[in-house]
Design a protein around this ligand. Structure first.
Ligand code: BTN
Length: 256
């Protein structure tokens, strides 16, 4: 494919494994802001992150050598800044599609971009967009997935891994290659303007979609049902009074 941004993934051209780094997102961000251009599709994978970063200023825990912790560089200058959430959708779906053949229907995307199996978190992503002149110049797509780790610290009671689910070890680089190719497929759909397809597919993969569940907002706990996700990524939950409430990330908590 002419447009294939990951075609050089394992020819050493744009794939780098690092033994130890603070955070692959920090590393790639730094690299991309140097004067020498970094090509789209560059992937930085770390065996160990000493200061892995998660959503909302949290850290990201991963036992060295057992998991996927990597960042990839995209240059979605074709995507209006107001449509940044479509990139979240495309990347989440790419990860989902790569893992679905292994894990089956217990796999879901928990809004906005956590990867869940059953009620447990298998991984997540931290996408950092560098905006210049009204365009997304670089998107640093950081992905952390628990693969071969068997146990998690007590402060992560909700974490799971592919190993815990399937009792089997998986080759990290094979999985990484698969994930990148699936992300690329959705990314090319976005680029080709097939945005509705990406949005609709994302919705169908959502954890707790159309199920009545408990949530917490600043108004307190309530029963509600996820109905949709707006174009800009806002979550729409219907309460028992048939009112559609809208939430951004920090405004709602899923109650297990
Ligand atoms: C989350 O909180 O769910 C997001 C986790 C993102 C972790 C990944 S690991 C690779 C990349 N480098 C980082 O420092 N964070 C992301």
């Amino acid at each position: 494919m002419q447009n294939n941004i990951f075609s050089g993934l394992f020819v050493g051209q744009n794939f780098v494994t690092i033994k130890e780094v603070d955070s692959t997102n920090n590393f790639l961000k730094q690299l991309a802001s140097n004067s020498k251009p970094v090509i789209e599709g560059t992937v930085i994978m770390a065996e160990n992150q000493t200061a892995g970063r998660g959503q909302q200023q949290n850290g990201w825990h991963a036992e060295p050598g057992k998991n996927l912790t990597f960042s990839l560089l995209l240059k979605p200058s074709f995507l209006p800044v107001t449509q940044q959430f479509d990139l979240v959708r495309a990347v989440s779906l790419g990860v989902f599609d790569a893992l679905h053949p292994l894990l089956g229907d217990g796999l879901k995307i928990k809004w906005p971009n956590d990867i869940y199996y059953g009620n447990r978190k298998l991984g997540g992503m931290l996408i950092e967009n560098m905006i210049q002149g009204g365009q997304i110049k670089n998107a640093i797509v950081g992905i952390g997935l628990n693969i071969n780790q068997q146990t998690f610290p007590d402060y992560l009671p909700n974490a799971t891994s592919v190993k815990q689910i399937l009792q089997q070890d998986y080759d990290l680089k094979t999985l990484l290659s698969d994930i990148c190719h699936h992300i690329e497929a959705y990314y090319l759909n976005l680029k080709a303007g097939k945005i509705l397809f990406v949005r609709e597919t994302y919705l169908t993969r959502l954890y707790w979609l159309n199920e009545q569940k408990e949530y917490k907002s600043k108004e307190g706990q309530f029963a509600g049902t996820i109905k949709s996700v707006k174009d800009n990524g806002i979550l729409v939950v219907e309460n028992n009074n048939h009112e559609e409430l809208e939430f951004s990330l920090k405004e709602i908590e899923f109650v297990n």
